[in-house]
Write a protein that binds this ligand. Structure first.
Ligand code: C2E
Ligand code: MG
Ligand code: MG
Length: 665
């Protein structure tokens, strides 16, 4: 998965589920609040209107009573209305009080109109606006009076603070004014909520509260569940199935956060790649499950070694990533050596090996923006792994430090990979010949074909810079064929020219030697060029003899039966060369150049070299001493009976034209 998409996915998971629930909760809160306030206001308003209606009806019946008792006996009316009407006033057309009952001291200066609709509703209005009862005690229902045309008109006076919101049950009185003939009846009335109305309101409020609580509990429970689910998912996303510690994603995210923290910015950090090199073999010999068990134990060891603000993650099957703080490189290496020692003995029955790569994270370059993660953990780890690859080939545990030369090397490997085929097709690889001389007479006895890449783009490239790359990427097989073909072609040409040709040896790589039909391949190439077999020798490096001995023995036997000579290259540079000599019928032994490095006079070396030459002679093998640069060595080797010398003392590897001249001498 690409880095960015991985991080995006993680961020998405982190955000997931929470916001919709929170938004839902807010929306429900708003809706419930609006509904509650609106419904309570509507219901209270309706009840208050009903109350006005009741009061108006009772005032009307008072007026009817007055007419019924013929206006002459008001006291009788008082008796009848006692307990129902608290006070009333009768005024004549000049507003003089004719009769009054109860307390009539209130002011009557606020005129309000009362309309009765044909449906029997009563609407109050003032200044041409219909009025409703608002919660703050003012009247402001915003309907126009025009909506109510055709209503019966009546008139009442209401005290200023009629709707004092604090007065719930019986609010401050107001006066209903009803005209009857020339008289005006003013009846003291009250607007308020009855007990059943209050009970109903309370019940409604209770139901609303209950519903709100139920919805809230459900929503909050949903959010809590989602948070738990999300945390679980985040955990799964960052946890490694095998080790139960952080996986690669967990490592990248958490180490990024550690490095971002202000207090960590000044500390030295390094990213470590730990490669358990025996993992695949272990799984092959045992089982993957047992291998994973070992990985789990290793993860435990690494995690127990990691201090605060350090981190361990499992990168892939046999690789772990560690983020470590360090004071200096010495201390860091010591820590890693201790770790290696513990890891090596994680299983009592096996001794494992580990390749460890270190990438120091220097100069984190945190600019002002602390939120930005400028350290690219993936790149840093990749560098640490590049350092690890420098240990490839060794079966022992080791620690390697990344340095920028590795980047250059990596770039070069990519260049070689990209250009190798084109260079082959364009014949950019040239055969250089290094002559081999008889030490006493100084006569030319043979030559070794050595590759050079003369690139129009990269110039002269020595084999040391390409052969190891070809050996790794498998292109070496093509190269070996190419070299054999060119050498055979040259030999044939020289023969045709009448030149006194000598055997030329060609290097065959270790990887190539394992192919069962290698001898046939070589024979066919040489035959195709029409060159004689006896002038071609195949050089095998000593290390190749550690591979499948039977396969090598077969190939050597076949090559010899085809008439080719076979030599052991770099004899003495490895460990068990002598043992190989016992089994393999080789023609030539090439003494490694290392024998001749260092002090000229070295008795021990002379003993070894002379005894080796004797040994080779007894085994009917010719000897070639490689890398001979000084006269004393030539003299010594001549004395010891060494057959040939290949070294700068006589000649360096040279282009074909130059070699032709040497042959002519
Ligand atoms: P090698 O086969 O052991 O070749 C001998 C190396 O020693 C050559 O290095 C040669 O130039 C160098 N040498 C010879 N005499 C002296 C001397 O007196 N002093 C010093 N310092 N060096 C001397 P070169 O040509 O750089 O090749 C290096 C290695 O690359 C070869 O070691 C061989 O293993 C490999 N190689 C070269 N060409 C080919 C090839 O065509 N095919 C394969 N498979 N490997 C090749
Ligand atoms: Mg060689
Ligand atoms: Mg050699």
């Amino acid at each position: 998965m690409k880095k960015n998409s991985r991080e995006k996915k993680f961020k998405k998971i982190k955000k997931k589920h929470i916001w919709p629930s929170i938004v839902g909760l807010i929306l429900v809160t708003i809706v419930v609040a609006v509904l509650s306030v609106a419904s309570m206001a509507l219901i209270s308003e309706y009840m208050l209107f009903a109350s006005v209606e009741r009061e108006y009806a009772s005032a009307e019946s008072l007026v009817e009573l007055w007419s019924a008792v013929d206006n002459s006996n008001p006291k009788k009316v008082d008796e009848l209305v006692k307990g129902k009407v608290e006070a009333y006033v009768v005024r004549d057309d000049k507003k003089n009080i004719e009769y009054s009952f109860g307390d009539n001291t209130c002011e009557m200066d606020h005129e309000l109109m009362v309309y009765t609709t044909d449906k029997g509703e009563i609407l109050l209005y003032k200044d041409n606006k219909t009025l409703g009862f608002d919660s703050d005690g003012t009247f402001e229902l915003q309907k126009s009076i025009d909506d109510f045309v055709g209503f019966q008109e009546g008139k009442i006076s209401i005290e200023k603070n009629i709707m004092n919101p604090n007065a719930i049950f019986r609010v401050t009185p107001f006066w209903i004014s009803i005209s009857s003939g020339k008289r005006e009846f003013l009846v003291k009335s009250y607007v308020g909520l009855s007990y059943p109305a209050i009970l109903l309101l309370a019940l409604l409020a209770g139901i609303l509260c209950f519903l709100t609580i139920v919805i809230y509990v459900a929503l909050v429970a949903g959010i809590v569940r989602r948070v738990i689910d999300k945390n679980k998912m985040v955990g799964l996303f960052l946890t490694d199935e095998v080790t139960r510690g952080y996986n690669w994603m967990g490592f990248v995210i958490n180490s990024g956060q550690i490095l971002k923290r202000k207090k960590n910015r000044r500390a030295n950090y390094a990213i470590i790649d730990v490669n358990f090199i025996n993992y695949r073999y272990f799984c092959m010999c045992h089982s993957v499950a047992q291998g994973e068990e070992i990985l789990q134990k290793m993860s435990g060891i690494m995690r127990s070694m990691a201090a605060k603000r350090e981190l361990v993650g499992h990168f892939a099957s046999s690789n772990f990533a560690i983020l470590l703080r360090y004071e200096d490189l010495e201390e860091l290496t010591k820590r890693l050596k201790n770790l290696t020692a513990k890891l090596e003995s994680v299983d009592t029955e096996h001794k494992f090996s580990f390749h460890i790569g270190i990438k120091q994270i220097n100069d984190p370059k945190f600019e002002n923006d602390s939120r930005k993660q400028l350290i690219d953990i993936e790149k840093e780890y990749n560098d640490a792994s590049t350092a690890t690859t420098t240990l490839d080939g060794s079966d022992e545990s080791g620690i390697a430090l990344f340095d920028n030369k590795l980047v250059e090397e990596q770039k070069w490997i990519e260049i070689v990979n990209a250009n190798q085929q084109k260079a082959l097709e364009n014949e950019e690889y040239k055969v250089f010949y290094q002559p081999k001389y008889e030490p006493k007479s100084g006569e030319l006895r043979g030559a070794e074909a050595l590759i050079r890449w003369i690139s129009p783009e990269f110039g002269f490239v020595s084999p040391g810079r390409i052969i190891p790359i070809f050996e790794k990427n498998g292109f070496i097989t093509e190269i070996d064929h190419y070299m054999i073909r060119h050498v055979a072609k040259d030999q044939k040409r020289w023969l045709d020219m009448g030149l006194p040709i000598v055997p030329v040896s060609v290097n065959v790589s270790r990887a190539h030697f394992m192919e069962p039909d290698l001898a046939e391949q070589i024979r066919d190439i040489v035959d195709a060029e029409g060159a004689p077999h006896e002038f071609i020798e195949l050089e095998l490096t000593e290390s190749a003899f550690f591979d499948d001995k039977n396969a090598i023995l077969n190939t050597i036997k076949k090559l010899k039966s085809f008439g080719f000579a076979v030599s052991m290259d770099d004899f003495g540079s490895g460990y068990s060369s002598l043992n190989s000599l016992k089994d393999l019928p080789l023609d030539v032994l090439k003494l490694d150049a290392e024998f001749f490095r260092g002090d000229v006079d070295n008795d021990r070396r002379e003993i070894i070299v002379s005894e080796t030459i004797k040994l080779a002679k007894n085994l009917s093998m010719r000897t070639v001493a490689e890398g001979i640069e000084v006269k004393e060595q030539v003299e010594f080797l001549a004395q010891m009976g060494c057959d040939m010398i290949q070294g700068y003392y006589f000649a360096k590897p040279m282009p074909v034209e130059e070699y032709e001249e040497k042959m002519n001498l």
